[in-house]
Write a protein that binds this ligand. Structure first.
Ligand code: SF4
Ligand code: SF4
Length: 224
């Protein structure tokens, strides 16, 4: 099974974008061979994103949760397909909440790192993955594997430029305005803690697990 066949099979399952990358090292302790990543993206509906205005909505929360469930299913099926070829495959859930250190606001693997390396897009000032096709209106999942995979697309340079819309919009002051670069740690340009604390103020909407304001305003979304 080559990259094109795998991409086709994942798209058949509902993926909107599929990318491949080789990571510097495996993020899974004790499984050092898992250095290749399959990035899967599912797009959120434009009409649902448009409902966000100054705060998230239940419609957005439901779409966010449904996209995560679809991604988890696609990643699980993809991992089974790869295993059937005789390789190891490790699906990483779309929204990971099982990190050992919860205070670091990190999962087992940052999907956007693989997504960027695969050439599907770049990482914005808002610390979100901004895809070429759909901007930031995507959710991501990943399959880590020891099956050799190559990207067929070059890495894309940061496309934020002089834009600061998400910086101005964020009610939590979580986005510093410093553009992402490979040499920065996330905390150098984005406060996940401030973002998370702000989301908790929306207790009545998705029990404080979504916000979406910085997704809605990004011009790369080209909302229809
Ligand atoms: S999700 Fe909301 S609180 Fe978090 S960075 Fe974006 S706008 Fe700020
Ligand atoms: S809103 Fe502007 S600054 Fe923020 S991620 Fe999008 S393009 Fe970059």
């Amino acid at each position: 099974m080559n990259e094109s066949v795998l991409r086709e099979k994942l798209i058949e399952q509902g993926a909107d974008l599929v990318g491949f990358s080789r990571l510097g090292k495996s993020p899974i302790i004790g499984q050092e061979n898992l250095i290749y990543a399959v990035t899967i993206a599912v797009k959120l509906p434009d009409a649902v994103l448009k409902t966000i205005d100054k705060k998230p909505t239940m419609e957005y929360f439901h779409s966010y949760r449904t996209a995560n469930a679809l991604l988890d299913k696609i990643a699980f099926l993809g991992a089974r397909l790869i295993e059937k070829q005789g390789y190891n495959a490790f699906p990483i859930a779309a929204s990971q909440s099982t990190a050992d250190d919860k205070s670091s606001y990190r999962g087992a693997f940052s999907h956007k790192i693989g997504a960027r390396l695969s050439g599907l897009g770049f990482i914005g000032k808002n610390a979100l993955f901004i895809s070429k096709e759909y901007g930031s209106k995507v959710r991501l999942a990943t399959i880590l594997t020891d099956m050799e995979l190559k990207s067929d697309m070059p890495i894309i340079e940061n496309g934020c430029g002089e834009c600061n819309l998400c910086v101005k919009t964020c009610p939590a002051g979580a986005i510093s305005g410093i553009p992402y670069s490979e040499n920065l740690l996330r905390d150098d340009f984005f406060s996940a803690e401030k973002c998370s604390n702000h989301m908790k103020t929306y207790k009545d909407i998705g029990r404080g697990s979504v916000c979406g304001l910085c997704i809605k305003v990004c011009p790369h979304n080209r909302l229809k």
